[in-house]
Design a protein around this ligand. Structure first.
Ligand code: BGC
Length: 422
């Protein structure tokens, strides 16, 4: 299917049409990751956060280093039952969450039985709360000993990861409905090896970045085989950050070419390496990128923005869904959300994005579920604690979770399995 042959979403897709029903069995959920919510994890990120170089760089920018330490996070590790109850309040029938490799294998070849059992209990509790499970195996973090061994630039890491995957599949296989082997591989590569704003904090290390890229692709392909060896019918995919790269001027071949180039390097290249080992496509959509031919190459109109300055552009999710439909695989929206501490825009954001999702389904995209990022405010990586992505507000001192008004809007949609007319 070709985007150009479909109705122009930016014109037609922003105003919800009356009562849009979603397919029967559609998955409604929220997404969280282990490191961002659990608390008390020691891994490559936690070590990097506290490193003298990182602290110095924050101070240089006039920032308070404590605001950039994950620490106890949301205490999800102990409060997961409470949080699954919140998912129930949202009328969700699914959740996307992760397990933390560093907990399970804190030292090379040392398996932590308590952690292994803990995650078994977590997954069982999810089921008890009526939630299907989308399980992420790697959401950017690895055990600290992996980093000391050269990290993902070292090919040997792939076999360590596969051992972890094998264990996870044996331990949790019956409780998992969808496996996400990797979350957004391109982001930690760009941050960690080109920009230096994530572990291992390297800048312009293109050669190492390429090695990590191919090792992650290898890791996915092998993990896919392992999961299928144990569970023939398993559903395995990755969650890929899929911004909508759009030429600022559709008639200008240079910008059209640049937009394609960006899409190729950010999305398609990785898919090209793993496309034979994908049962479904996990789509993380946050915004579009309007590409111009001159640096810094992105020039969005930014008529509406999130607290992070990301343009709110619901029509983009339609475009990327139609683009992904060419793989002829089921698609799950594994993340979509915004930082909005005042919750002024989140409700409308959800409605407009889901309206576009519905239109993409009507146009032939096989979308099976939607997971809002995120259930609750959590640790936003190198941006620390300031961005608020949660349907639930988190009080970081008491860990209390308070629903924001948008939670009610989302809960209503999930309950009805449709968007009502406004
Ligand atoms: C990541 C999340 C992150 C979210 C918001 C996604 O790219 O998977 O971990 O919190 O974006 O920035």
């Amino acid at each position: 299917m070709d985007r150009e042959s479909l109705p122009n979403p930016s014109v037609s897709a922003v105003v919800p049409a009356p009562a849009l029903a979603f397919p029967k069995g559609f998955l409604w959920g929220t997404a969280v990751s282990a490191y961002q919510t659990e608390g008390g994890v020691i891994n490559d990120w936690s070590e990097w956060e506290k490193s003298p170089a990182r602290i110095a760089s924050l101070k240089k920018q006039g920032l308070e280093p404590n605001d950039f330490i994950c620490g106890p996070a949301c205490d999800f590790y102990r409060r997961y039952k409470e949080d699954f109850a919140l998912c129930q309040k949202l009328n969700n029938n699914a959740i996307r969450l992760g397990i933390e490799w560093a907990r399970i294998e804190p030292a090379k070849g040392v398996w932590d039985v308590e952690a292994i059992n803990h995650y078994r209990e977590v997954l069982a509790a999810a089921k008890e709360h009526g939630l299907k499970v989308v399980l992420t195996l790697w959401h950017w973090t690895s055990p600290a000993w992996i980093a000391k061994d050269g990290g993902w630039a070292n090919k040997k890491i792939v076999s360590h990861f596969l051992r972890f995957v094998d264990l996870a599949v044996k331990e949790y296989g019956t409780a998992v409905d969808y496996w996400v082997t990797l979350n957004e591989p391109m982001v930690p590569i760009g941050w960690g090896y080109i920009k230096g704003c994530a572990p291992p904090g390297k800048k312009f290390s293109f050669y190492q970045a390429a090695r990590v890229f191919f090792n992650l692709a290898r890791a996915h392909n092998q993990a896919y085989k392992i999961i299928h060896k144990h569970f023939k019918d398993a559903q395995v995919g990755i969650a890929q950050l899929t911004n909508h790269f759009e030429p600022a001027r559709h008639w200008f071949f240079v910008e059209v070419f640049f937009a394609r180039l960006f899409r190729f390097f950010h999305q398609d290249f990785f898919y090209f390496l793993i496309k034979r080992r994908l049962d479904f496509i996990g789509l993380n959509y946050y915004h579009h990128d309007r590409i111009v031919w001159y640096p810094p190459f992105r020039r969005n109109r930014n008529e509406r923005q999130s607290d992070l300055g990301w343009e709110i552009y619901p029509a983009g999710i339609y475009a990327v869904l139609i683009n992904l439909a060419r793989f002829k695989k089921p698609i799950i929206i594994t993340e979509n959300g915004l930082a909005d501490s005042q919750d002024r825009q989140r409700g409308q954001f959800i409605i407009e994005h889901l309206d576009n999702v519905h239109q993409a389904i009507s146009a032939g995209a096989d979308v099976r579920g939607y997971f809002h990022w995120s259930l609750l405010d959590n640790f936003e990586w190198n941006k620390g604690w300031a961005p608020k992505f949660g349907l639930y507000r988190l009080d970081r001192d008491t860990f209390w979770r308070t629903p924001r008004p948008s939670a009610k809007i989302y809960a209503e949609i999930c309950r009805n399995n449709r968007l009502e007319s406004k």
